[in-house]
Design a protein around this ligand. Structure first.
Ligand code: G3P
Ligand code: MG
Length: 228
């Protein structure tokens, strides 16, 4: 796995652009970010798009469940939702390392991991890491992508985290910053780990002191390019 950049713009450009958008990628790159994270969900016809919520209302002018709408229906009402294809092309053009977070709609966990994983085999250069809160999605993605880097993604480090890491063949762990303390860092030992979502520099510095490799942030503008 390529080493973690220290600062990862959360949902593409953090709070500085619409979340999970191509505009966010441009903002992140302009600020000097070397890495971004985004969420990937399947439309009803199996197109991977950048989307965090299962429903369209919060981030678009459309309504309904993503899993019930075809890509053409979503595109017809908003041009602002990128496909994974569009986002990865832009990441490649901008030189951005990427954390692809599989974000399945309920009931589509395995399908999301399998479909996105198969797609990534053909169209991703592997510069980054795949993760998912859904164990089913992550494992299905791993089956399709035996050579990619994967991170175990959980809010709080579970007691059986080493078993989960082994099962997923994960190279790193992503955790909620709020649930990380010195004991967590000790338990993690040598495996690289990163924390979301860290929006101030002092909190990031404390985590780094504990051994955190990278933080996901909505405020990449708080760092200078040379620090990222
Ligand atoms: O993958 C890290 C972070 O993005 C997880 O939280 O809800 O923003 O996807 P969320
Ligand atoms: Mg995410």
């Amino acid at each position: 796995m390529s080493a973690y950049p220290r600062i990862i713009a959360h949902r593409c450009g953090g709070a500085l652009a619409p979340e999970n958008s191509l505009a966010g990628l441009a903002v992140a790159a302009r600020l000097g970010c070397r890495a971004v994270e985004f969420d990937v969900m399947l439309t009803a016809d199996g197109v991977p798009i950048l989307m965090h919520d299962e429903t369209l209302e919060r981030t678009t002018y459309c309504a309904g469940r993503v899993a019930d709408c075809t890509f053409a229906e979503i595109r017809a009402c908003t041009a602002s939702v990128p496909t994974l294809d569009e986002a990865l092309k832009e990441c490649r053009r901008l030189g951005l390392w990427v954390n692809i977070e599989l974000k399945p709609a309920a009931g589509y966990e395995t399908e999301t991991g399998a479909v996105v994983g198969r797609w990534l085999v053909d169209y991703w250069d592997g510069r980054g890491v795949v993760s998912s809160f859904s164990e089913k999605s992550a494992l299905a993605g791993r089956r399709a992508l035996p050579n990619a880097a994967f991170a175990l993604l959980c809010e709080r480090l579970p007691d059986d985290w080493q078993d989960q890491v082994a099962c997923l063949q994960a190279q790193s762990v992503h955790l909620a910053a709020a649930d990380v303390d010195a004991r967590t860092a000790t338990v993690l030992g040598a495996i690289p780990w990163a924390c979301y979502t860290v929006n101030d520099r002092s909190a990031a510095a404390c985590l780094e002191q504990l051994g955190c490799s990278a933080v996901f942030t909505d405020r990449p503008d708080l760092w200078l390019p040379a620090e990222m």
